[in-house]
Ligand binder design. Structure first.
Ligand code: ADP
Ligand code: MG
Length: 333
């Protein structure tokens, strides 16, 4: 288990990460999510031992202070997988095994298994130059997993890929990490990616941890308007604007009180009808932008994703509705 207690990193006296405390259980995948410059990579590098930090970083209760990067038993994977161009796929994957002196016998079989796991069965003899960007990242992932790291550190592993491929690989990455039982800490600035890959999310802003929890917890109860907007709520409702929306949604006006206390809690009692304007699916949830009669456009979540433009009956669950309000998405960052 990885444990961070009040970890801070400063550059030239200026804090890039401040007082971050976190725990990561074995087999869990945690996304460090936040906008550019929020300290995600800095924190990841501190965990890797590449950045001097104050506070305590420990593994299974043992401090990692003074333990060099290569002795931590962690593997790193970056945005650009950094394969060796002159080595075959098989040799790229086997490279770290050789470094760790894993016996040659069984290496080829292990490479084949790993390539199978990342969906590249039979790619052993290809050179990196002949692979697509997505295939290269899969090889980089296989290489990182080859030594069975006790912790895999991923820094924006999908950011260099185009959108469609990124979405597909995000789902694959989740499956691969779970199948391999890998404990992983993934840095990303992309909330869709965080939701698609991770079990839990740690939200960073200006070097501070602003919220941490399971996907469901973080999604259902963003800690404040900033967090809600960054997590992908299109709009956040506050104050008396709640009333007409609640009425139109067939909710008890008493709910408006709760709505005002916590800008994000809505508790509609009945079904809503609307037209889907756009839909995005992740393994966890289908996020929809829906136009509702007399309400306008809202973000919502459904159990299945209807096609854009399709008329749907939308079951809105408690805490899953963000309603148009004074905050525009553009105001984030
Ligand atoms: P993120 O990964 O969330 O985009 P970083 O961790 O890379 O953010 O950076 C956090 C802050 O620390 C930024 O303000 C960045 O400019 C600063 N920073 C990062 N690396 C260095 C460095 N090597 N020297 C000085 N400042 C740095
Ligand atoms: Mg970064």
């Amino acid at each position: 288990m990885l444990s961070l207690r009040e970890v801070s990193v400063a550059y030239d006296g200026k804090a890039a990460v401040e007082d971050v405390s976190l725990e990561l259980a074995d087999g869990e995948v945690l996304a460090l999510l936040g906008p550019s410059g929020s300290g995600k990579s800095t924190l990841l590098r501190a965990v890797a031992g590449l950045e001097p930090a104050t506070g305590e970083i420990s593994w299974d209760g043992r401090s990692l202070r003074g333990v060099p990067t290569h002795k931590r038993g962690f593997a790193l994977m970056f945005q650009d997988g950094q394969l060796f161009p002159h080595l075959s796929v098989a040799n790229n994957v086997a490279y770290s095994m050789r470094l760790r002196r894993i016996p040659a016998a069984g290496r080829a079989e292990r490479v084949a298994d790993l390539l199978e796991l990342v969906g590249l069965g039979g790619y052993q003899d290809r050179l990196p130059g002949t692979l697509s960007g997505g295939e290269r990242q899969r090889v980089a992932l296989a290489r990182a997993l080859a030594v069975e790291p006790r912790l895999l550190l991923l820094d924006e592993p999908l950011s260099a890929l185009d959108a469609g491929l990124r979405e597909r690989l995000a789902g694959d990455l989740r499956r691969i990490l779970h199948e391999a039982g890998t404990t992983a800490l993934m840095v990303t600035h992309d909330q869709e990616e965080a939701f698609a890959v991770a079990d839990r999310i740690a939200l960073l802003r200006d070097g501070h941890l602003v919220q941490e929890g399971t996907l469901r917890e973080v999604w259902a109860h963003p800690t404040d308007a900033w967090a809600a907007l960054f997590l992908g709520y299109a709009r956040v409702l506050e104050g008396t604007a709640a009333y007409p929306v609640l009425k139109a949604a067939g909710m008890d006006p008493a709910d408006a009180v709760a709505l005002r206390r916590s800008a994000f809690v809505a508790d509609p009692k009945g079904p809503l009808t609307g037209t889907v304007i756009s839909a995005r699916a992740t393994p966890e949830q289908h996020r929809l932008v829906v136009r509702l009669d007399d309400v306008g456009e809202v973000d919502a979540v459904a159990d299945s994703a209807p096609a854009p433009g399709e008329s749907v009956r939308l079951r809105v669950e408690p805490n899953r509705l963000a309603i148009p309000g004074p905050y525009a998405r553009e105001s984030v960052e």
